[in-house]
Design a binder for this molecule. Structure first.
Ligand code: SAH
Length: 210
């Protein structure tokens, strides 16, 4: 039996470095954050596998590679303020918190929000603010953000999220309905965005709040 730390080394080698993750700070964050604590206890033995896993309420924690790719695309700096939509397990938020200054993360499902908030607090993250609410609204209270990451898929780019990004800021988001594409959008001075298509992805749909 390997220890969780050994599992993380293998995950980094065979899932991240062997693909195209090169940012050493991102790799270091993956070595540090204990992914097995973010999955349901009965699925812990699969926590470091190359797959997404169910976390309850019909939601999933993304495959490690997808979390790493999205994180690398944000190119975060130590002082950056980041907004995440879709807290889910809190794993992506923890990875972001290792790399950025402040992380704001919004979750629609109250039970998931509460569970992630408790875990992140227990792990000692003081630079994560977890909010229960509708991510379509963003979180104007702390805008503008240097980066926005969305981990559920809306049919089109949500306007509020673009407007809460600073000029030159980066948005990484899966967009589409039955077929989704991971997009990196950079905000221009005139409020428009320049977009790059990264690759096809499968995310849970971003839902509208009640
Ligand atoms: N980043 C997560 C994975 C998230 S799965 C992790 O690391 O585990 C997508 C999450 O987005 C789900 O928890 C879902 O409930 C949430 N979600 C869907 N629509 C949303 C919305 N409009 N606002 C906020 N969260 C939303």
């Amino acid at each position: 039996m390997r220890t969780p730390a050994e599992d993380r080394e293998q995950m980094i080698l065979y899932q991240l470095e062997s693909r195209d993750i090169r940012d050493q700070l991102v790799l270091d964050a993956f070595l540090k954050v204990e992914r097995h604590l973010f999955v349901p206890p009965e699925l812990r033995s699969f926590a470091y596998d190359d797959v997404p896993l169910p976390i309850g309420w019909g939601q999933t924690i993304s495959q490690p590679y997808v979390v790493a790719k999205m994180t690398e695309l944000l190119a975060l700096g130590k002082q950056d303020r980041v907004l995440e939509i879709g807290t889910g397990s809190g794993y992506q938020a923890a990875i972001l918190a290792e790399l950025a200054g402040e992380v704001y993360t919004i979750e629609l499902v109250p039970e998931l929000h509460r569970r992630a908030q408790e875990l992140l607090e227990r792990l000692g993250y003081t630079n994560i603010r977890a909010i229960c609410g509708d991510g379509y609204l963003g979180y104007p209270e702390a805008a503008p953000y240097d980066a926005v990451i969305v981990t559920a898929a809306p049919p089109t780019l949500p306007e509020n999220l673009v407007s809460q990004l600073r000029t030159g800021g980066t948005l990484v988001i899966p967009v589409g309905e039955s077929e989704q594409t991971l997009i990196r959008a950079t905000k221009n001075g005139d409020g428009t965005t320049s977009q790059e298509r990264i690759f096809p992805v499968i995310f849970v749909p971003m839902k509208h709040g009640l």
